[in-house]
Design a protein around this ligand. Structure first.
Ligand code: RIB
Length: 278
């Protein structure tokens, strides 16, 4: 069983379901409001866990009841939370999400305690892979890039510039179409996976496309967490020694299953579901 450490964000997602996304200045009535465990880091941790990895989460939450809600699924499914610290001053991170009838989303994140997770190089010891995201500060991402043993993965979302020295140390960077266009210097990383929603994904090494895959057909209900599911699945598959093409196909299928169901963490597939789909 691969050992994966995720250094990232934990959020409580407040998700409103609407027929269409609001225009600027417009007020809309929601069909439903849900409180769902989320956060890009926590979603990737649970996704990797459901795909058979032994997972430790390194993160920070507030001293509040939202933390219990946000961590509930990770705890129930055996993600090691001993490196999740409680910040006495900041609240647990929250995401305000709208999902329209086509599954299109808008997401606004209030970082709270995710703004200062305390990661120590010792937290990373013994990992076969370390995943991180841009919902934690640059300094945290830099600690991963410098000290992580094994395979170093960054899901560069939400988009912001990343230090070239950090990119050079990474084995895999995962971005969507918009992040790929916005981020300079990505090809310095060992590999770059670019996701294109329903059109699939491309894997590049040294600036050259080495694999391309399409997702199985699916009905999109809620796009939340698709990138997280894709990132975790690609990491698990590459760690397992799958070829670039097979690993990309596996990751696309994970993303497709995730968008076919509602919510971030409730929608993440298991290994059995994925193998069944493929
Ligand atoms: O990638 C989806 C996640 O982005 C949501 O769960 C939300 O918390 C935001 O971090």
């Amino acid at each position: 069983m691969p050992r994966i450490v995720v250094v990232g964000s934990v959020n409580l997602d407040l998700t409103a379901e609407v027929d269409r996304l609001p225009e600027p200045g417009e007020t809309l009535a929601a069909g439903a409001l849900r409180r769902v465990p989320g956060g890009k880091g926590a979603n990737q941790a649970l996704a990797a866990r459901r795909l058979g990895a032994d997972v430790t989460m390194v993160a920070a939450v507030g001293k509040d009841t939202a933390a219990d809600e946000a961590l509930a699924m990770l705890r129930a499914e055996g993600v090691d939370l001993t490196a999740v610290r409680v910040d006495p001053e900041l609240p647990t991170g929250h995401a305000l999400i709208t999902v329209d009838a086509e599954g299109e989303t808008t997401i606004i994140v209030a970082a709270g305690a995710n703004a200062r997770p305390a990661v120590e190089p010792a937290d990373l010891a013994g990992a076969d892979a370390v995943l991180t995201v841009l919902e934690v500060p640059d300094e945290t991402v830099a600690v991963v890039a410098e000290h992580a043993p094994g395979f170093r993965v960054l899901n560069a979302a939400p988009s912001r510039p990343v230090d070239p020295g950090v990119l050079r140390r990474l084995d895999l960077v995962v971005v969507n179409r918009a992040e790929f266009a916005a981020l300079d210097g990505l090809d310095a990383a060992g590999a770059v996976a670019v996701t294109y929603g329903g059109e699939g994904a491309v894997l590049r090494r040294g600036g050259v496309e080495v694999a391309r895959a399409e997702p199985p057909p699916t009905t999109v209900v809620d796009g939340t967490g698709a990138g997280d599911s894709f990132t975790a699945a690609l990491t698990v598959a590459l760690l397992a020694g799958r070829s670039d093409a097979d690993a990309l196909r596996y990751a696309c299928a994970a993303g497709a299953l995730t968008v076919s169901r509602r919510g971030a963490q409730p929608s993440l597939p298991t290994a059995a579901e994925l193998e069944g789909m493929l």
